[in-house]
Design a protein around this ligand. Structure first.
Ligand code: SF4
Ligand code: MG
Length: 327
């Protein structure tokens, strides 16, 4: 009825424009070719937003993304197209990201044909090769995605991404929907493909354990910011930030039984109204008076200045940084 619509209209007017959330702020990250960088944080910390910006799905409202030294926003149409193919994304839910009315041969093979990477006559052979590469039987290429298990569907998702010959793969919770034993298989697949194809991964997960299996470096995010970043061994042996330490304490290990599980106290604050000072202060066991007013900068840790890349040259970014007032 018209009067109800008018009433809703008046209510919406009173509510004003939707609030603006800064999902990601001051993130400065360089990823070397062939490197695997893991991004860990609770849901709502901005890690997916960062992944979407990196893969070009979501343009940043500030700052810039550089690919091979070139700002992505300034690329001409053909380089932009190449970038869109070069950087592929793999999502959490293989069930919802695969079209149920398409056969596997089309799910994997249609995009490379449309983009001119493969002639249509070679599509089936191309798909068969990709299916073998990800551990699927090519005999199943005419099946529909619902005829596969969760782990197999994620392999289809991986093959679909690989079909475009990417150099960078952004994985957003790529194994989160799978059983633990299947998770391990898919992680092993990612590691094998990295070695075989020289891929670079940006590996997003809420699970530090999963990330540590595959990543050379790990960045810990909290409320839209990186609070600690270091190579994986350093995160495990010399984590500095209390939030990183809390995530580590949550990991099941052989030495701790379930009773010693210490959950991070309190809830993730709303990104609409982030706490003053250090955003982690309401939950931090080490909180000091200055933490409530002064936001700690991301600073280099002692001994963490020089970052070495796989080929031995120095990376642009320091090796270990943390944003915390603790000495
Ligand atoms: Fe905790 Fe203070 Fe460090 Fe924040 S700055 S993590 S509140 S000790
Ligand atoms: Mg997410």
């Amino acid at each position: 009825p018209a009067d109800l619509i008018a009433r809703i209209g008046r209510m919406l007017k009173r509510a004003g424009p939707p609030p603006v959330v800064q999902a990601v702020a001051e993130v400065d990250l360089d990823i070397a070719e062939g490197e695997v960088v893991g991004i860990v944080g609770e849901s709502g910390c901005g890690k997916s937003t960062l992944g979407r910006m990196l893969s070009g799905i979501l343009p940043p409202t500030g700052g810039e993304i550089l690919y091979k030294g070139q700002p992505v926003a300034g690329l001409d149409a053909s380089s932009r197209h190449r970038y869109a193919l070069d950087v592929q994304m793999i999502f959490q839910d293989p069930f919802s990201s695969l079209n149920p009315r398409m056969r596997v041969v089309d799910i994997i093979g249609e995009a490379p044909v449309v983009h001119g990477l493969v002639p249509r006559a070679r599509k089936e052979a191309y798909v068969a090769g990709l299916m073998r590469k990800v551990g699927l039987d090519p005999a199943y290429r005419f099946r529909y995605s619902h005829q596969f298990s969760g782990g197999q569907r994620q392999r289809i998702g991986v093959a679909r991404a690989l079909a475009l010959n990417p150099t960078v793969i952004v994985c957003d919770e790529a194994v989160a929907a799978l059983d633990v034993s299947i998770q391990a298989q898919v992680l092993n697949l990612f590691m094998r493909l990295r070695k075989e194809l020289g891929l670079t991964y940006f590996f997003i997960s809420h699970n530090l354990g999963v990330v540590s299996h595959i990543s050379d470096r790990v960045a810990i995010m909290y409320l839209g910011r990186i609070v600690e970043i270091a190579d994986t061994d350093t995160i495990f042996s010399r984590a500095h930030h209390p939030y990183t330490q809390a995530l580590l304490a949550e990991l099941p290990s052989l030495r701790t039984d379930r009773r010693s599980f210490v959950p991070i106290r309190g809830e993730l604050p709303s990104p609409l109204d982030p706490p003053s000072g250090c955003p982690f202060h309401p939950r931090c066991p080490h909180v000091m008076p200055r933490c409530k007013t002064q936001r700690p900068e991301l600073r280099i840790r002692p001994g963490g200045e020089q970052r070495l890349l796989p080929e031995g040259q120095a990376g642009e970014q320091p090796a270990h940084m943390s944003a915390c007032h603790l000495p």
